[in-house]
Design a protein around this ligand. Sequence first.
Ligand code: G3H
Ligand code: 13P
Ligand code: ZN
Length: 329
Amino acid sequence: MPLISTKEMFKKAYEGNYAIGAFNVNNMEIIQGIVEAAMEEKAPLILQVSSGARKYANPVYLRKMVEAAVEVSGLPICLHLDHGDSFELCKSCIDGGFTSVMIDGSSLSYEDNIALTKKVVEYAHDTTNHPYVTVEGELGTLAGIEDEVQHEVGSYTKPEEVIDFVTRTGVDSLAIAIGTSHGAYKFTADQCTRDENGVLVPPPLRFDILEAVSEKLPGFPIVLHGSSSVPQNFVQIINANGGKMPDAVGIPEAQLRKAASMSVCKINIDSDLRLACTAGIRKHFNEHPEHFDPRQYLGDARANIKEIVRHKLVNVLGCAGKADEILGK
Ligand code: G3H
Ligand code: 13P
Ligand code: ZN
């Protein structure tokens, strides 16, 4: 079975009020942890690769490992380029067998974003030399802090622009900004309140914007980036085993579940996998300082990734058990 685009996935997800998890992959253990969870839960998957991942792991390794995941699992899997920033990068991924790409023109002017996105769509949808490749565009920019660097303030998506953008570009899905952001430090402490345990509680997502966008684009798949929840159990394990991640905070899962039951068909998760991986490795080394076989500590990292992905598939995305309907079985 070949890799698939997001077309059928999003149609079913929209109709069924669930979302597909789009998990960032950088190495074999991450892919295996995600795919093992999806196999147990019979869930469809989007495995996505950033340009940093391509540089780290080499696109051919990544594609071959994702193809291995399809062969081993028999699941519907899409290989997606995350945050493509140029036509050339998107073309290279399409020519290299990716079945979906994101062209992120969100930092450009509105008209330049349209022109770049349209160019990628024309190439991706032209089936002369490759199968139909789906394209995700983005309107609005995500705010946030990552690696202790304050990113410039984001801007929410303007619902009055979405019909024009989608019509003129021909994109298959649209990433919007409603208050999510990238990384493990999504909000500063003064943007949040604190619960009884002193844990930061972030401001709610702008569901009014999501609703307004969905009214303008009925039936059209919406994407949420920056949707890690930053599980506090992993943060605590990291901090208890030599790490230093004070006030790491993510998006509450109940809000993501609500978004998945609306028009959001793709939810991007990377930071939670990084936390799961790091918690596994830090704890392993603390408990077994004599170990030096990577299979031992990477095995723990992989097990943690599997655990968090299973939880997301079942309790957040709602896509457990949906693989067969996407495969038309
Ligand atoms: O949105 C960004 C993803 O988390 C990928 O991050 O560019 O460090 O691979 P990266
Ligand atoms: P997180 O940093 O919240 O996991 O977001 C990942 C993402 O949006 C990848 O494109
Ligand atoms: Zn993103």
